[in-house]
Write a protein of this length. Structure first.
Length: 213
């Protein structure tokens, strides 16, 4: 489900059970009526390709990076030796993005052979290497945004989307589906989201003043 800044459900897609929701993020984002300023999501949508799609739409992604994707300022092995993609400047200048989407940073074999930590670091291999995604700049942008005041505001606003699911389950009793099949589940979600939006719109109508006796 995707919602606007006011917490109103805009579109939804039914995903199979035990399946990740990230493949449905782009179709849901494309169903927004206009270009939003921010796209707020939780760590489940921390995909570099999805962040770049958000940037391509002219919006800014407020998606926290995964905890296991810590930033690395430089690539240095435990023995203090440098790791590079290429040790010749000419090859570095002519390098193209890898087809598999992963950069490989390697240490010199001579440095590893002379290192006392080799048996504990990389036993049985030529040298230490580090794998990094080609989308690492997108992660750096996400980490930089996560340190801003606007991101803290977006964290509070993101709770509005989570409240939609809590309201559907607890108030509208949508913790179990009553209609069978994907089409029935989609129709049931659509009716529940419609009822939810109508409740929000009804609160915007001012109550009539009580007549004086």
């Amino acid at each position: 489900m995707i919602a606007d800044a006011a917490g109103r459900a805009v579109a939804l897609r039914v995903a199979p059970g035990q399946a990740h929701e990230l493949p449905h993020a782009v179709p849901l984002l494309d169903r927004l009526p206009g270009v939003s300023g921010w796209v707020v999501a939780d760590r489940g949508y921390a995909s570099q390709a999805f962040r770049e799609h958000v940037w391509g739409r002219g919006a800014r992604p407020a998606i926290p990076a995964k905890r296991n994707k810590a930033p690395v300022a430089c690539y240095t092995c435990p023995g203090g030796h440098e790791l590079r993609r290429y040790w010749q400047d000419s090859r570095e200048a002519k390098a193209k993005p890898p087809s598999v989407g992963i950069y490989r940073y390697r240490a010199r074999k001579a440095d590893c052979d002379a290192c006392d930590l080799k048996q504990h670091c990389r036993p049985g291999e030529a040298g230490r290497k580090v794998l990094r995604s080609i989308h690492e700049p997108a992660r750096d942008v996400a980490r930089q945004i996560a340190t801003t005041e606007a991101y803290l505001v977006s964290r509070r606003e993101r709770k509005r989307v989570e409240m939609l699911f809590a309201h559907l389950k607890r108030i509208l009793k949508l913790d179990r589906l009553r209609l069978r099949g994907p089409h029935g589940a989609r129709d049931e979600f659509l009716m529940a989201a419609t009822a939810q939006n109508l409740r929000k719109l009804a609160k915007l109508i001012p109550m009539p003043a009580a007549a004086a006796a």
